[in-house]
Design a protein around this ligand. Sequence first.
Ligand code: SF4
Length: 247
Amino acid sequence: MSRDKIVETLIKKGNKLFGLPYEKVKFTGNEEADTLLNDINQFPHAYVLACVMDGQIKAERAWLIPFYISQELGGFDFDKLLKLDLNSLKEIFKKKSLHRFNDTMAENFHSAIQLIHTKYNNNASNIWKDNPKSATVVCRFLEFKGVGVKKSTMAANILAREFKIPMQDRICIDISPDVHVKRVFARLGFISKDASNDELIYCARELHPEYPGIFDFSAWEIGREWCRPNNPDCKNCYLNQFCPKNI
Ligand code: SF4
């Protein structure tokens, strides 16, 4: 019963967020970089390239990479990117120390530009145009070098949740195995403390198959605001009365 109540509350919260109008997403905390990443009409490739860069360093730093490259190139028009050869890109990555794995990420960046060019006719928004199925969007992100399931579902989730991109369904938008989300799911009794990312993903699928990623924001917010690693503030957490508190 408590479990049902928790699920219901989290879904309600997630739906509320989903229904809110678009607001500029603070990906990096850098105003100019966030403006570029949010402009998915003029620079849809900036968002896609940032998703490709995400991983193995702090997200805020990874998402800054398109902006730093735009500074280097004097703009971020796709034509400019297309003219970049791999060696020049590697130089930029190294010179500006953009990533922990500069060579690999420069290769992934370059390869993503080529894929947007050949498959999407230089327009990355073709990845999500015409009300696609969520599985289609996830599959398309998976085709980018260096992008696995986690990044693909995150990319599809942000498109649906933050940018309000219409999709036929949300079945394939999984929960992101974030550290806050995992801790909250464990304390709520949904998964064990040492559960794998896959267990978390399948747990969310079981709880809400229509849109497993619905739990992302609410669980993340609870983890950050109240259910902190040490001394969780259960008194003020809105799940207090139902939570088994598996701490
Ligand atoms: S009630 Fe306490 S343990 Fe449960 S989710 Fe909230 S803060 Fe975490």
